[in-house]
Design a protein around this ligand. Structure first.
Ligand code: NAG
Ligand code: NAG
Ligand code: NAG
Ligand code: NAG
Ligand code: NAG
Ligand code: NAG
Ligand code: NAG
Ligand code: NAG
Length: 904
């Protein structure tokens, strides 16, 4: 009752107050100046979509118009706040009559790349002009230099704006705030001199302006009031100039990140006692971080990541009592982390990853770090050695400890952390059982990576809940875990998970799942491939390779319509390839090698035009290679080896255009949108080639390695000359078939060939001379054919030894022991048997086999690399607006050289 009485009183008070103020205003307001009103109406007329200014009507007094501020004594319009008004078109001189306008904000509209109107330079009363992010282009009009009262000028975010020089600016003597970010000024040299003539300039922002030089011609600059200087992402590639020492009394914020600055930090910067933020991230700076850094008592952010700083982290950092963020990752810092760091009670982010740091990190390093939120010590040589009953003073959100030593015991202090969103303990030498509380504890974590440890445990009764879960390469056993509907990626390859695959795939709880990546390769899973694929329609990457899975490929797998890569290799899967698979039209990688699959290669495979990698080797496929395979124009890997394929090699291979055009510089990149709806982000995938042992060196990118392997089949006929068109082919293996005829005469035009294996066929005639022009050729096997004549002479060909050519009785010349002297053939005949015996023990006969494995997630690499990205990554979970850029790397192990014995 009392409450309701109070409410009534409050209401009455409010009522009187508003009524009273209404009358007060009504009494004293002068109506808007007619000339100004007309000017604004004309201005509105010129806009392309004036609807956005619907409150601007002739009937209303302009004092009531949106975005218009006027002086209630004179009736003159003084301010126009038209940011985000959604209008475009061209603004003409119509604003000129607004003689009293001092504030004009047209930012974040779209002026369709028209130039900034020159009349603005005549609006002499302007003190505030904001034209940022409004799609203006062209030359910045020099007339703006007439605005001598201007205190605030923001031209930033207009990507097509440029200026040759800033001389026109010299009259902006009142300027305090200047932002011309993203406009282009590469040809400007004297900009610093001009900027420094402004006695009141306190904030200068020139982000990504293509500025090339920070060295003023006078040797110093005379900024008297500069507090905030942001020159991120320009083209400076010299040393940090000494003139910064002239700023020591004013400078508060300095950002020179993402340039190519060289040399050491001038010590004078550390005399800038007011400095609060110093960002030199992503340059090429060297030398030690000086002890004098400890003088910066007001410093809150020190960002020196991604440089080449060496030496120890100075212990004076412990004096930076205001420090909130310390970012030193990706340098060459060495030595121990100073214990004084434990004094920084405001420290929230501590990132020292990817350095050569050594020694132990223990409780003392964290004594007062009660605000620590983000700890990244990954990829160091640090030993994180705390007692098992340690109760840290902090509650971390982000824990990155990959590749530093934590184990062998499982870190029990984690249990005290209640708000973790990211946990990476990969490669940390943990060889222990995951404790009972652990899995329940992880349920709020978004990304969890425990890969490459020796963690034991049975998770068959656990329901995992994280968005991304990586348990790969551990000692987990038992049945596969259950997943909540939140999980998007599950990586559990290289463990000892067992039990029937169907009991995971067909659980009722999985009906609603949103899993996109499932990698269970290299485990002990058994049973037939289940029929529940309709539950899993979000899957984009599925790797069931190297298990003991049997049965047929079920027709229902065709319901995986989002699938981009399918690995079923090295199992016991039999039967035909079901025609339903053609519904998976996004598939770019199919690896079903090393199974007892049979039947024909279906002609409809030609409809799967996204395919780049097709591996059907070591199965029981029969019948001809369908001509439709030539429709797969993106194919870079065609591996049909070791089947029972018969008939001719298709004579249309020239249509596989990916093998005829050079690969894009960064190779083939697979990417997809996480969640599809834009709530998460983009997920990039890289297929990488990882050669093994003594292989040829194709370490860089799978995309650069283009292969056709049809070896060990029953193919007959001749080698079609169309193959010569595949000018980007690197590996060609047609060995152990029944091919006849000649080696194509012009094989030498396939300039990228690094390996040719045509052995154990019935090829006849002479070895084409052009073979000798293949300069990249490092492996050649023509043995056991009916080749005849002299081995052509060429710098490359003579580097191969006799084993490349033996088993061709009619062949002669170096490196074979048999001389080519006419008429002496029978006399000089080499005892073939002997040669064969030699080669018996030789490793030389090398065929090719391709093996893809290891679907792998590497979110950390990118997340570690870039603080902004990472913060964005987590921000997403708080406000679902940010995009997450997560890169996943799909490693492809290329078992390039499989030893085969030659006497087969
Ligand atoms: C007139 O403008 C001044 C300054 O903007 C303001 O303080 C005053 O309240 C206004 N008067 C009325 C009646 O709105
Ligand atoms: C008086 O002017 C002020 C802005 O200065 C405005 O908010 C108010 O609505 C006006 N009152 C009348 C009655 O026009
Ligand atoms: C800028 O204007 C151009 C030309 O009209 C247009 O194509 C482009 O989409 C605009 N850009 C933005 C970001 O609005
Ligand atoms: C403004 O600047 C332009 C070019 O810089 C100049 O020609 C003009 O005389 C100046 N004065 C006025 C009032 O526009
Ligand atoms: C630096 O600027 C101040 C204020 O504008 C001026 O008084 C002083 O003479 C200038 N110094 C030099 C060396 O130009
Ligand atoms: C700038 O600093 C240099 C070296 O610290 C000094 O010699 C010079 O006089 C300073 N100039 C001004 C204008 O303060
Ligand atoms: C797991 O955590 C939830 C709360 O997050 C709690 O209700 C449940 O009892 C826990 N389960 C176990 C087995 O600790
Ligand atoms: C082959 O010929 C060379 C000279 O041309 C001779 O030195 C060599 O002994 C011959 N080899 C055989 C096996 O006849």
């Amino acid at each position: 009752m009392g409450a309701s009485f109070v409410a009534h009183v409050l209401f009455l008070l409010w009522f009187f107050a508003t009524t009273f103020s209404f009358f007060l205003k009504a009494e004293s307001n002068v109506s808007c100046n007619e000339k100004d009103k007309q000017a604004l109406l004309n201005f509105k007329q010129g806009l392309s979509n004036p609807k956005m200014l619907s409150s601007w009507s002739d009937q209303e007094d302009c004092s009531r118009w949106d975005g218009v501020v006027y002086d209630n004594k004179t009736g003159r319009v003084t301010e126009l706040h038209l940011s985000y008004s959604g209008f475009g078109g061209e603004i003409t001189g119509s604003l000129l009559p607004l003689e009293h306008l001092n504030y004009l904000d047209l930012s974040r509209n779209d002026f369709n790349r028209t130039p900034i109107p020159t009349f603005l330079g005549s609006m002499a009363s302007l003190t505030h002009l904001d034209l940022s992010y409004s799609n203006f282009s062209g030359h910045i009009p020099h007339q703006l230099g007439n605005l001598s009262n201007l205190r605030y000028l923001d031209l930033g975010g207009n990507y097509y704006l440029y200026a040759d020089n800033f001389h026109w600016m010299s009259n902006l003597s009142s300027i305090q705030y200047l932002d011309f970010s993203y406009s282009k000024h590469q040809s400007e040299v004297g900009w610093l001199q001009i900027m420094s003539t402004f006695p009141s300039l306190s904030k200068l922002i020139a982000y990504e302006c293509e500025l090339v030089n920070l060295n003023p011609s006078l040797g110093f600059v005379n900024f008297t009031s500069l507090q905030y200087l942001d020159l991120t992402d320009n083209l400076f590639s010299h040393e940090i100039p000494n003139w910064f020492s002239n700023l020591t009394t004013s400078l508060v914020y300095l950002d020179l990140s993402r340039n190519s600055l060289r040399g050491e930090i001038p010590p004078s910067i550390f005399n800038s006692l007011k400095l609060e933020s110093l960002d030199l991230n992503s340059n090429k700076l060297i030398g030690k971080i000086p002890e004098s850094v400890g003088q910066l008592k007001h410093l809150t952010d020190l960002v020196l990541a991604n440089n080449s700083f060496s030496g120890p982290i100075p212990s004076s950092i412990g004096n930076l009592s205001s420090l909130v963020g310390l970012y030193l990752s990706y340098n060459q810092l060495e030595g121990a982390i100073p214990k004084t760091l434990g004094l920084l009670s405001n420290l929230s982010d501590l990132e020292v990853s990817n350095n050569f740091l050594t020694g132990t990190v223990d409780e003392e390093h964290f004594t007062k770090l009660s605000n620590l939120d983000d700890l990244d010590i990954s990829h160091t040589h640090l030993f994180f050695n705390v007692k098992s009953n340690w109760v840290p003073p902090f509650q971390l959100t982000y824990i990155a400890m990959s590749s530093c030593k934590i184990g062998p015991n499982f870190p029990t202090w984690l249990q005290t952390q209640k708000s973790v969103k990211f946990l990476d303990l990969s490669k940390s030498e943990i060889a222990d059982k995951a404790p009972g509380w652990f899995w329940n504890w992880t349920s709020g974590i978004v990304t969890i990576d425990l890969s490459d440890n020796q963690i034991e445990g049975d998770v068959s009764d656990i329901v995992l809940n994280s968005l991304i879960i990586n348990l790969r390469s551990n000692h987990f056993k038992g049945q596969m875990p259950q997943l909540s509907t939140n999980v998007k990626e599950l990586h559990i390859a290289n463990n000892s998970f067992s039990g029937p695959i169907s009991s995971f795939m067909c659980q009722k709880v999985n009906i609603e799942n949103q899993l996109e990546v499932l990698d269970v390769s290299n485990n002990l899973l058994t049973g037939a491939l289940p029929h529940c694929w309709e539950y899993w329609q979000s899957l984009t990457h599925l790797d069931l390779g190297s298990n003991d899975i049997s049965g047929r490929i079920p027709y229902s797998m065709g319901s995986l319509v989002a699938l981009q890569s399918l690995h079923l290799q090295n199992n016991r899967i039999s039967g035909n390839i079901p025609s339903s698979l053609k519904k998976c039209s996004d598939l770019s990688l199919i690896d079903i090698g090393e199974n007892p699959l049979s039947g024909a290669i279906p002609p409809w495979i030609g409809e799967m035009t996204s395919l780049t990698i097709l591996r059907l080797s070591s199965n029981g496929f029969k019948g001809p290679i369908p001509l439709q395979i030539c429709q797969l124009s993106s194919l870079i890997v065609l591996d049909l080896a070791n089947n029972s394929l018969s008939g001719h090699i298709p004579n249309c291979l020239q249509n596989i255009s990916a093998m005829t055009i050079p690969t894009p510089r960064f190779g083939v990149e697979y990417s997809y949108k996480m969640g599809g709806g834009g709530t998460s982000g983009t997920y990039h995938e890289n297929l990488k080639l990882v050669p093994k042992g003594m292989e040829l060196e194709y370490e860089e990118n799978l995309a650069f390695v283009k292969i056709i392997d049809l070896s060990s089949n029953k193919l007959s006929g001749s080698i079609p000359s169309e193959i010569l068109v595949l000018s980007e082919l690197c590996f060609l293996n047609l060995s152990r078939n029944q091919l006849i005829g000649k080696i194509p005469e012009k094989i030498g035009i396939m300039k990228k060939l690094e390996s040719i294996d045509l052995s154990q066929n019935h090829l006849s005639s002479e070895i084409p001379l052009s073979l000798s022009s293949l300069t990249f050729l490092s492996h050649l096997n023509l043995s056991y054919n009916n080749l005849s004549g002299k081995i052509p002479f060429g710098p490359q060909l003579q580097t191969f030894d006799a084993f490349s050519y033996i088993g061709n009785p009619q062949l002669c010349g170096n490196p074979l022991p048999r001389n080519c002297t006419i008429g002496e053939e029978s006399q000089n005949r080499t005892p073939i048997g002997k040669t064969e015996e030699d080669s018996y023990n030789s490793n030389f006969y090398i065929g090719m086999g391709v093996g893809f494995a290891v679907g792998f997630w590497a979110v950390c690499g990118v997340l570690f690399f870039n603080k902004t990205w990472r913060h964005a990554y987590f921000k997403f979970f708080d406000d679902m607006k940010d995009w997450v850029y997560v890169t996943t790397v799909l490693n492809v192990n290329w078992l390039l050289e499989k030893l085969r014995s030659c006497h087969l």
